[in-house]
Design a protein around this ligand. Structure first.
Ligand code: FES
Ligand SMILES: [Fe+2]
Length: 411
């Protein structure tokens, strides 16, 4: 039976308000369907502008089967290409980060300029049409210091999300920040379990002693009703919007992304609750207690932006029960380690939290691998965010199955 039909059978067997049918968390064919209809079709967050500040700087990312390279051109623009040589297909850039005058394939040294044009191919004789053998482009956009790519030949609208995200992020100057530290961990769990775990804090008190020092375990913060009924959150938004920091809860009509600035129990994600970095990040120095600007954009990223630093998270599936989570800590570009911040203090809360979440997700996956698993009820008070994610996933898959645009159509 085709994967599409099996997805629809699983969808029809789904119990409302319950975790997903087992096969959606482990089946290789349904995993491929997730890749093809979501990860190869949607805009994905891949990294930051400030990681490639100079001409020729690049970073690479692997999205399912597709190696991609993102490079800063002579004109300052950021472009993305399929990282596969037009000679015999070798991957060209293998480093995660690098800098090059030209992108040179290590196999036979075909070389491409920073706009992807083939510039050198030794002894190919005549006639040889270089123009037809440039690197295949990948759609690429940058907004407020966050770089996004889309593998589809006909990418879905990006402008609406850009219009939503840019005002919230503009004061924070992420495009001119620097990555102080990054970590990639592999979680032995389906990518949807990583997201489900992220979208609730029902598990936070028993599992995250470090995070709970400043992140409130309040369902209004993680939920999907926007915290509108919470007077403390409403007052927080009023104060910050008057100070020029867009803060109110904004949820995309299709549920794909959410923006909101939520109060913390302190200033930052540190053990003391104080700032980890002496220099403010962006233009927020005058305003105390700005909390955390939260952004998720399914299926690839969630984010926290604080007054002194930002933390970005990138989720990329690498197998039916394996997911890579990359975390980056961003600080002011001029902040000096050991002077303006201590790296351990900056990173310890989320390094601990990520590892705790990894264990949670892995235990969740092991339990679901049991044939005895059956979908259980989500908690109505604390797990509204999980229901919102699952509803988005099922809706997005249904739309993709009904829409030819959802198919991977690589140029
Ligand atoms: S495969 Fe790249 S130069 Fe031959
Ligand atoms: Fe967690």
């Amino acid at each position: 039976m085709r994967a599409e039909e099996r997805f629809l059978i699983a969808l029809n067997s789904r119990r409302e308000g319950h975790s997903l049918p087992r096969e959606l968390y482990l089946d290789p064919d349904l995993y491929r369907l997730d890749l093809e209809r979501l990860f190869y079709a949607d805009w994905l967050f891949v990294g930051h502008d400030c990681e490639i500040p100079r001409t020729g700087d690049y970073f690479t990312v692997q999205v399912g089967d597709y190696p991609v390279v993102v490079v800063r051109g002579e004109d300052g623009a950021i472009r993305a290409f399929h990282n596969s040589c037009r000679h015999r297909g070798s991957r060209i850039c293998s480093a995660e980060h690098g800098s090059a005058v030209r992108l040179v394939c290590p196999y036979h040294k075909w070389s491409y300029d920073l706009e992807g044009r083939l510039r050198f191919a030794r002894d190919m004789g005549k006639p040889f049409d270089n123009a037809k053998l440039g690197l295949k482009p990948v759609a690429c956009e940058s907004v407020a210091g966050y770089v996004w790519v889309c593998l589809a030949a006909d990418p879905p609208d990006f402008a609406t999300f850009r219009g939503a995200m840019a005002p919230y992020f503009r004061p924070h100057g992420i495009a001119k920040a620097k990555v102080a530290f990054e970590s990639t961990i592999v979680e032995n769990g389906n990518w949807k379990l990583v997201w489900e775990n992220n979208r609730e804090c029902y598990h936070c008190l028993p599992n995250h002693p470090e995070l709970c020092r400043t992140f409130p375990e309040d369902p209004a913060v993680t939920g999907v009703d926007g915290g509108n009924d919470d007077p403390e959150i409403a007052a927080h938004w009023d104060r910050l919007e008057q100070a020029g920091l867009p803060s109110r809860f904004l949820l995309a009509p299709d549920g794909r992304y959410r923006l909101a600035r939520m109060p913390l129990l302190g200033d930052s994600y540190t053990m003391s609750g104080g700032h980890a970095v002496r220099r403010p990040l962006g233009d927020v120095a005058g305003e105390p207690r700005i909390g955390s600007l939260l952004l998720f954009n399914y299926p690839s990223t969630w984010n926290h932006v604080l007054g002194d630093h930002a933390v970005s998270f990138r989720v990329l599936p690498i197998g039916p029960t394996r997911t890579a989570v990359t975390t980056k800590w961003l600080v002011d570009a001029d902040a000096v380690e050991g002077v303006d911040y201590d790296l351990k203090e900056l990173t310890e809360v989320w390094l601990a939290t990520n590892d705790q979440d990894r264990r949670i997700v892995e235990e969740n996956q092991i339990g679901i691998l049991s044939p005895a698993y059956e979908p259980g009820p989500y908690n109505a008070l604390h797990e509204g965010g999980v229901v919102q994610f699952v509803d988005w996933y099922l809706g997005a898959m249904q739309r993709a199955l009904a829409d030819r645009r959802g198919q991977a159509q690589v140029a």
